[in-house]
Design a protein around this ligand. Structure first.
Ligand SMILES: Cc1cc2nc3c(=O)[nH]c(=O)nc-3n(C[C@H](O)[C@H](O)[C@H](O)COP(=O)(O)O)c2cc1C
Length: 352
C-alpha cells in the first residue's frame, strides 16, 4: 500500500497515556493545539456517554515535530494523559512486583474482543484484552485526525458529520428521550451518521489497483472504528433498488464547467474523488456493555454466567461520528500528499 502520512498509536484504556507518532508531515503547516483540544472535547461529548468521560478532560501535548506553531518535517508525537490512571497505577503496573488480581475478570462480554482476544493472545485475565481493545484509543486517533484536518484546511477542504438516526428514531428532537429510555431499561443503542468533506480536488485515490481505490480505503478506515458495522459511499444503501437512470449522476455543463445535479456516487467514481462533496454514511451497533448483562460463559471454570459489567456509554454515536471525521481526514491527507507531493507547504502549494 502506498502511504505518505503514517501513524502508530499506543496506550491502554486506563494506562498512563495514549501516544501517537505521525510520520510524513511536510514542514510549514500551522498546527493549533487549541484546535486539537476542541476536537478531543467533541469526542468526549454527546448525550448518553458514561461516567468515564466525566473523569477525563482530554488535552493533547505535542512533544516533537512542531516548533513555534508550525510543523518542521520531523515526526510529530502527540500524548494524551489519562487522568483515571491514578486509580489504576498498581493494576496496570509494568513491574512484576506489583502483581494483583484486583479488577481482573473472566466473564466474557459478548460483542467485545474478550473471547477471541483471550484465545488469540492466551490471556487468562480479560483485563489484558479490554485495555487495548477499548474505544478509549480513539481519543488519540481524534488528535491525529485534528492534525490531518489542519493540513486539509490550508487547502480549503473541510469535513463535518451529522447524526441521522439513534436506535429506530430519525427525528432529532426524539434522540435524547430514546437514549433516556434505553438507559432506564439497562439497555444500549447504536445509530447512523453522515460524513461530508467539501471542496475536494478531482483525482484523489486511483483506479489502477484495488488497494488504491479511495472508496475501499475510506471503508477500511471507518469499518475498523470499534462498533461500526456498515459503511455506505453516497447512496450506497439504495444502490440495489434504483435503476441506472435513477442512480447515476449525469455530467452537465454550465459556462464551460462540469457540474452535477445529484451526488449518489458520494463524490467518488472509479476509486477517485470526482470533485463533488465526499459523502459517506456509517452505522454503529448498540454498545455491547449493558447494566442488565447478557448471558455468557465464565472462562475460569467454563460455567454459565452473566457478562462482566464496567461503567459504560449507553450511546456513543456522536463521539463515533467525530472519530469517523478524524479517520477519513487521515485517509484524505495521505491521498493529498501522495498526489501533490513535496516536503514543505510551499512546495505543495505550487503543485496544487
Ligand atoms: C466512541 C466510542 C465509544 C464507545 N464506548 C463504549 C462503551 O462505553 N462501552 C462499550 O461496551 N463499548 C463501547 N464502544 C464500542 C466497543 O468499543 C466495540 O463494540 C468493541 O470494541 C468491539 O468492537 P466491534 O464492535 O467493532 O466488534 C465504543 C465505541 C466508540 C467508537
Amino acid at each position: 500500500m502506498l502511504e505518505k502520512f503514517r501513524f502508530l498509536t499506543a496506550g491502554e484504556s486506563h494506562g498512563k497515556c495514549l501516544t501517537a507518532i505521525i510520520e510524513g508531515l511536510p514542514s510549514g503547516f500551522e498546527i493549533s493545539v487549541d484546535f486539537i483540544n476542541q476536537e478531543l472535547k467533541r469526542r468526549q461529548g454527546g448525550y448518553g456517554r458514561g461516567d468515564r468521560m466525566k473523569i477525563e478532560s482530554d488535552t493533547v501535548e505535542i512533544t516533537s515535530g512542531v516548533r513555534f506553531g508550525k510543523t518542521t518535517g520531523a515526526p510529530v508525537t502527540l500524548v494524551i494523559y489519562n487522568k483515571d490512571f491514578e486509580n489504576w497505577e498498581k493494576i496496570l503496573s509494568v513491574s512484576a512486583e506489583d502483581y494483583t488480581e484486583e479488577k481482573s475478570f473472566t466473564k466474557y462480554r459478548p460483542g467485545h474482543a474478550d473471547y477471541a482476544g483471550s484465545v488469540k493472545y492466551n490471556h487468562k485475565d480479560l483485563r489484558d484484552v479490554l485495555e487495548r481493545s477499548s474505544a478509549r484509543k480513539t481519543a488519540i486517533e481524534v488528535a491525529v485526525g485534528a492534525v490531518a484536518k489542519q493540513i486539509l484546511k490550508q487547502f480549503n477542504i473541510n469535513g463535518y458529520s451529522k447524526v441521522l438516526q439513534i436506535g429506530k428514531t430519525t427525528e432529532e428532537e426524539d434522540f435524547y428521550a430514546e437514549i433516556d429510555k434505553a438507559k432506564e431499561a439497562g439497555n444500549t443503542l447504536g445509530g447512523r451518521f453522515v460524513l461530508v468533506f467539501e471542496n475536494m480536488p478531482v483525482g484523489l485515490g486511483s483506479y489502477v489497483h484495488w488497494d488504491r481505490m479511495l472508496d475501499g480505503r475510506i471503508a477500511q478506515a471507518l469499518m475498523s472504528i470499534p462498533a461500526v458495522k456498515a459503511v455506505e459511499i453516497g447512496n450506497g444503501r439504495q444502490a440495489c433498488e434504483l435503476t441506472g437512470r435513477e442512480f447515476h449522476d449525469e455530467i452537465l455543463l454550465k459556462d464551460g464547467k462540469i457540474f452535477r445535479e445529484t451526488n449518489n456516487a458520494g463524490g467518488i467514481e472509479g476509486g477517485m474523488t470526482n470533485g463533488e462533496n465526499l459523502e459517506v454514511y456509517a452505522t454503529m451497533k448498540p454498545i455491547p456493555t449493558m447494566r442488565i448483562p447478557l448471558r455468557t460463559v465464565d472462562s475460569s471454570d467454563m460455567s454459565e454466567a452473566e457478562a462482566h459489567f464496567e461503567r459504560s456509554d449507553v450511546c456513543a454515536i456522536e463521539a463515533c461520528a467525530v472519530v469517523a471525521e478524524a479517520r477519513v481526514a487521515c485517509v484524505l491527507v495521505n491521498e493529498f500528499l501522495l498526489k501533490y507531493g513535496g516536503d514543505s507547504l510551499e512546495e505543495i502549494q505550487k503543485r496544487y
